[in-house]
Ligand binder design. Structure first.
Ligand code: ASP
Ligand code: MG
Length: 421
C-alpha cells in the first residue's frame, strides 16, 4: 500500500487535475491512500473570508466566499458530465455549512472561525477530484477525514489524538482500501470530539499523509510537487540550485528546522519511526527520478542553503549594565512560550541578549514592550537569515559578498548568518 499526497499546485487548473488523474491511473491496480490539498490559492482566499467575517464585514465575507464557490463550480462543470449533478450537490452542502456561519455574528475566538471556514478548501477540491476520477474509470472512495482524524481544540494548530485516529484508520480506512483499492481524502484538517473542524497548521497536508503512512504501515509515501525533487536551495533565490537525489530523515529534519520549505518540520517523524521511504516527485514530469528520503548514510551532500527573509533582530541590553543572567533570560523565554514565539536564533553576550524572529508585527511589538521593563530594547527589521549546512569557503564567500553580517553562529556542520540589506 502506498500513500500519495498532491499539493494545491497540482490541482489548480482543470488541466492539472487531469494530469493528477493520469498519474493515479498508472497505480490504479494497487492499493492507494491519496491526500489532496485545497486547489491553488484557495486556503489564502478562505483566510480572507474569515478575516472579513471576524471584522464584522459580512457582505464582504459573503462576496469573497462567492468567488471561491464559483471557481469550484466552474472547475467541476468543466471536468464532469455524468457526475456533475451529484458533485454539485455535495459542493453545495459544504457551501451551505460556511454560509450559515457567515450569517452569524462572531462571538468566539478568531482561530475557531478560521478552522470552520478554511477546512472547506480541501473538502471542495477532494470532492471534485474524486468525482472526476470515478467518471474517468478510476474507482475510488471519498472520505471526510474529519471522521477519522480526531484532534484537540487547539484551533489552527490542533494536535492529533493518535490513539483514537489509529483506531479509526485500522477499523475504517484499512478495510476500505482493501475493498476499493483507492481512498481519496483531505490533509490538514480534522475534528474535535464535539465535531468542530480543526486545522493542523498551514502546509499541514504532508503531515496528514505521513500519519496515514505510519498508521497504515505503508510501503512508501510520495509527495507530488511542481519541482524536480528536494533542491539544495530555493532556485528563485539561488541560481545554481541543484537536485539532491538521496537524503535521510535527520538531514531533512535539520533542513526544515532551519526554514527550508521542503517538508513541514513535524512531518518526518511518523515516517522515520516506521522507516517508511519518502519520495518527493514532480507531477509535471513523473518520469523524473525525484528525491528519496530514507534511512541511509549520506556522503558528498552539496552545501544546503536556506534563506529566511523578513527577519527581525531584537537586542536587549540590561539597563544597569549587569550581566544578562539566568533570571532575566529565563523571564524572556517564559515570554516566548507564553506568546508562542520561536526565535530562529539567539545569542548571549555579557550585557546583551539578542534574538532573531520572523516578522510578526503584533508579536514583536508586544514582546519589545514587555521586555523593555527589564532591558533597553532595540529592534531592527527587514533582515535576512542565511543558513548553510555543509558549508565550504567558496559558497560562504559567494553568498556573503558585499553583505553586512550582523550576527554569526557556527558549528562544524552549520553556519548561520544574519545579513543586513
Ligand atoms: N491547504 C493548506 C495550505 O495551503 C494545507 C496544505 O496544502 O498543506 O496551507
Ligand atoms: Mg500546499
Amino acid at each position: 500500500m502506498k500513500v500519495f499526497k498532491f499539493g494545491g499546485a497540482s490541482v489548480n487548473t482543470t488541466e492539472r487535475i487531469k494530469n493528477v488523474g493520469a498519474i493515479i491511473d498508472k497505480y490504479k491496480d494497487g492499493q492507494l491512500l491519496i491526500v489532496i490539498s485545497a486547489m491553488g490559492k484557495t486556503t489564502n482566499a478562505l483566510e480572507k473570508v474569515v478575516e472579513a467575517f471576524f471584522n464584522n464585514k459580512k457582505e464582504e465575507a459573503l462576496q469573497l466566499f462567492e468567488q471561491v464557490k464559483q471557481q469550484h463550480l466552474s472547475t467541476a462543470k468543466y471536468l464532469l458530465v455524468t457526475h456533475y449533478i451529484a458533485c454539485e450537490d455535495r459542493l453545495k452542502s459544504f457551501f451551505t455549512e460556511v454560509e450559515w456561519l457567515l450569517h452569524d455574528k462572531p462571538v468566539r475566538e478568531f482561530d475557531y472561525y478560521y478552522d470552520q471556514v478554511v477546512c472547506i478548501g480541501e473538502l471542495l477540491s477532494t470532492t471534485i477530484v474524486s468525482f472526476f476520477l470515478n467518471e474517468t474509470g478510476i474507482k475510488n472512495k471519498w472520505v471526510d477525514v474529519r471522521d477519522i482524524f480526531r484532534t484537540d481544540d487547539n484551533f489552527r494548530d490542533a494536535n492529533v489524538d493518535w490513539e483514537y485516529t489509529q483506531q479509526k484508520v485500522t477499523t475504517e480506512i484499512l478495510p476500505l482500501i482493501k475493498s476499493t483499492g483507492i481512498v481519496l481524502t483531505q490533509g490538514f484538517i480534522g475534528s474535535t470530539d464535539e465535531n468542530e473542524s480543526t486545522t493542523l497548521g498551514r502546509e499541514g497536508s504532508d503531515y496528514t499523509a505521513d500519519i496515514f503512512a505510519n498508521m497504515l504501515d505503508a510501503e512508501s509515501q510520495t509527495i507530488w510537487k511542481d519541482v524536480e525533487g528536494v533542491m539544495n536551495a530555493d532556485p528563485k533565490l539561488y541560481k545554481e540550485a541543484q537536485l539532491i537525489s538521496e537524503l535521510n530523515y535527520n538531514e531533512v529534519i535539520e533542513m526544515a528546522y532551519y526554514g527550508a520549505q521542503v517538508i513541514h518540520p513535524k512531518t518526518i517523524k511518523p515516517l522515520e519511526n516506521k522507516r517508511i521511504p519518502f519520495y518527493v516527485k514532480c507531477f509535471l514530469d513523473p518520469n523524473l527520478p525525484g528525491t528519496v528520503i530514507k534511512k541511509q548514510a549520506l556522503k558528498n551532500l552539496p552545501p544546503i542553503i536556506v534563506f529566511k527573509e523578513k527577519q527581525v533582530m531584537i537586542q536587549m541590553k540590561s539597563k544597569d549594565f549587569s550581566f544578562v543572567g539566568e533570571k532575566p533570560v529565563g523571564q524572556l523565554y517564559h515570554l516566548f512560550e507564553e506568546m508562542n514565539i520561536k526565535p530562529n536564533l539567539t545569542q548571549n553576550g555579557a550585557i546583551t541578549f539578542t534574538c532573531v524572529l520572523d516578522d510578526r508585527p503584533d508579536k514583536i511589538e508586544k514582546l519589545a514592550l514587555e521586555a523593555s521593563a527589564v532591558f533597553d530594547v532595540e529592534v531592527a527589521k527587514g533582515l535576512t537569515m542565511l543558513t548553510i549546512r555543509h558549508y565550504n569557503k567558496e559558497v560562504f564567500e559567494k553568498l556573503t559578498e558585499g553583505k553586512t553580517i550582523l550576527l554569526r553562529q557556527q558549528t562544524p556542520d552549520t553556519i548561520q548568518l544574519l545579513l543586513g540589506q
